[in-house]
Design a protein around this ligand. Structure first.
Ligand SMILES: CC(=O)SCCNC(=O)CCNC(=O)[C@H](O)C(C)(C)COP(=O)(O)OP(=O)(O)OC[C@H]1O[C@@H](n2cnc3c(N)ncnc32)[C@H](O)[C@@H]1OP(=O)(O)O
Ligand SMILES: CC(C)C(=O)C(=O)O
Ligand SMILES: [Mg+2]
Length: 561
């Protein structure tokens, strides 16, 4: 047995006697901040260049994100130049604030202030790590030393911003005690309190305190406990906006962010589709759409999610997974029979009931809300049921198969799925339908036909059928009369060894084939052996469609006998 787990130190929860967050609910959207161009960018194999960053920035603005961390200007000339282009090139709308990140180091802070000259709205975001582990192995310092790093940076930032007064730049500040979730909460409170004082934050001019789970190291409820503990104990909390910045190391960043909103967070930093260091930052798309699906306006526009995904994939070189919530190629698709059945019934219910709500099983949101209405919701493989094949025939080709026919055609499709072992695309489903019902011309086929309709003495309809039927290569002239075309046809062919069939059901509808419109008839007969069997006939003429349907059913019954 692998004993490797013994080397890991378990997370030590904050001691909480009472907690308020579990009984709260989320009722409104937080302030969203995108860190795609910084945290997302720093995690890429090839960081974004000018073109990619500008394209992503434009898309983030179009989505409606008002605070965008555009980079780490002191990190490289590339980063610096991109930020200058954003400012000088007029790419930043007046209601959007750019955010720039910097370590709590004087030379880097100075360079950062150079980079932001001329911008209208800027958040200068500075950070230093405060965790027990980083104090020990990276900074080799006690807590006082770590507090000094943050306080000195805050002092310099205040001085440099004083010099910018009157320049037209609206400056705000953000401080992150990086690795907050790995820090003793009393130490996190202490350092943030000192930063608030040093930077001179007030309730009118708040500082953003961003509390990252830089490396996600606990269950989301324990992070929520930390946050509530911090908020309840921080003197001067009225001078701060509480922000969170969850990473996804345990795969629970979304839950962490959601519980953080309950515990006091007002702002969330994350990225599109969760790109970012290691397993990524919290995914803003999932968070926003989770709110949307609870009837809360997230204030972000993801109505054209495919376009946003395309911009993202091109800019980052990353791929969005097929199962990614709300976005992945397969998330609005069902292969399995019971899901297809329920979705198809839910779709019908939406039309027949006119409900103002979205009430479709297995689809948490209406795919149309993210611009996904045109893709197939139902796809067919050997996990699919009869309803799925019927749904494809209806939605893709306009054939409304009678319910009693679903098991029969479903079995044809299932056999083919088992044979190929692969998904069957809609064209293949239609080819099977054609092969099974339309192309079957043996042993009986209709060579020539004529109907004469007249009213009988008492006014009831009277139809005479006459025609030529080919049976196994030999032609037979037949005539028959009846009270309708099917009846007359039955009587005409009654002598041709096809007596013994009983008529069970009939339905028909129009189907458009390109610009043309045809009639399609579904005929169900009971064979002499007592087996119900369907036939399908198509023609411009409904009478001809019906008798083609009868012959199809007979031919199929003979073939199966
Ligand atoms: C959790 C996060 O995502 S934080 C953001 C991380 N992002 C990045 O690092 C991307 C951009 N970074 C860079 O380009 C470079 O790291 C630079 C330009 C910022 C700094 O480069 P350099 O000084 O050459 O190297 P490096 O990053 O290794 O610096 C490490 C030094 O900074 C110190 N340091 C690291 N972070 C901080 C901080 N936030 N505040 C103060 N000092 C810090 C380290 O303790 C170390 O000090 P030492 O030299 O005394 O041992
Ligand atoms: C710089 C900070 C906010 C960060 O990215 C993190 O802690 O993950
Ligand atoms: Mg981060």
């Amino acid at each position: 047995m692998n004993q490797g787990f013994k080397k890991y130190i378990p997370f030590r929860p904050e001691v909480m006697l009472t907690r308020d967050w579990p009984s709260r609910v989320v009722t409104r959207a937080p302030v969203w901040c995108s860190v795609d161009l910084r945290d997302g960018n720093q995690a890429l194999v090839d960081p974004m260049g000018m073109e990619a960053k500008l394209a992503m920035f434009k898309t983030l603005v179009e989505i409606g994100i008002k605070e965008i961390e555009v980079g780490f200007p002191s990190s490289s000339e590339t980063e610096y130049e991109i930020i200058r282009e954003l400012i000088e090139g007029g790419h930043i709308p007046d209601d959007v604030t750019i955010q720039v990140l910097v370590q709590a180091r004087p030379e880097l802070i100075e360079k950062t202030f150079e980079a932001i000259q001329g911008a209208k709205n800027v958040i200068v975001h500075f950070y230093n790590s405060t965790s027990t582990l980083q104090r020990k192995v990276v900074f080799r310092s006690d807590m006082d030393g770590i507090v000094d790093i943050a306080v000195n940076a805050a002092r310099l930032i205040r001085e440099l911003s004083k010099k910018m007064e009157g320049s037209g730049t609206n400056l705000r500040f953000e401080y992150s005690p990086e690795s907050f979730s790995g820090t003793e909460m009393d130490n996190a409170v202490l350092i943030c309190q000192r930063v608030i004082e040093e930077i001179g934050a007030t309730p009118e001019n708040k500082i953003i305190l961003n509390l990252p789970s830089t490396v996600e190291g606990s269950m989301p409820n324990l992070y929520a406990d930390q946050l509530e503990y911090f908020c309840k104990r921080l003197p001067g909390i009225g001078s701060a906006v509480i922000s969170v910045h969850p990473h996804n190391d345990r795969g629970t960043a979304v839950a962490t962010a959601e519980l953080a909103l309950l515990a006091g967070a007002e702002r969330i930093e994350g990225t599109l589709f969760g790109n970012g260091e290691r397993t990524g930052n919290v995914d803003l798309v999932t968070l926003a759409m989770n709110m949307y699906s609870q009837g809360i306006d997230p204030g972000l526009d993801f109505s054209d999610i495919n376009r946003i995904r395309d911009v993202y994939e091109k800019a980052t070189g990353m791929r969005v997974h097929e199962r990614h919530p709300y976005v992945g190629a397969l998330v609005f698709t069902a292969f399995s029979g019971s899901h297809q059945d329920a979705i198809s019934k839910g779709m019908s219910y939406m039309v027949s009931s006119s409900t103002p709500f979205w009430e479709v099983p297995y689809l948490p949101i209406d795919p149309a809300d993210v611009g996904r209405q045109y893709e197939p919701v139902i796809r067919i493989n050997n996990q699919s049921g009869k309803g799925g094949a019927a749904f494809i025939m209806q939605t893709n080709f306009g054939f409304d198969l009678p319910k009693a026919m679903h098991p029969e055609f479903g079995a044809v499709v299932k056999t083919e799925c088992d044979r190929t072992g692969t998904e069957l695309p809609p064209e293949e489903i239609f080819r099977l339908f054609q092969q099974e019902y339309i192309d079957i011309k043996e042993p009986y086929s209709l060579i020539r036909h004529k109907f004469q309709e007249e009213n009988g003495e008492t006014g009831e309809p009277h139809v005479v059928f006459s025609g030529t039927i080919c049976y196994s290569g030999k032609n037979f002239e037949v005539t028959g009369e009846g009270n309708g075309p099917i009846d007359a046809f039955f009587n005409a062919v009654g002598g041709m060894r096809i007596s013994g069939f009983k008529f069970l059901s009939y339905s028909e509808h129009a189907v458009s084939t390109g610009s043309d419109s045809m009639a399609v008839a579904y005929i169900q007969l009971l064979s002499p052996a007592g087996v119900p069997v369907f036939g399908v006939g198509i023609s411009h003429n409904i009478n001809l469609a019906s008798i083609r349907g009868v012959l199809c059913a007979i031919n199929r019954a003979v073939k199966k006998a």
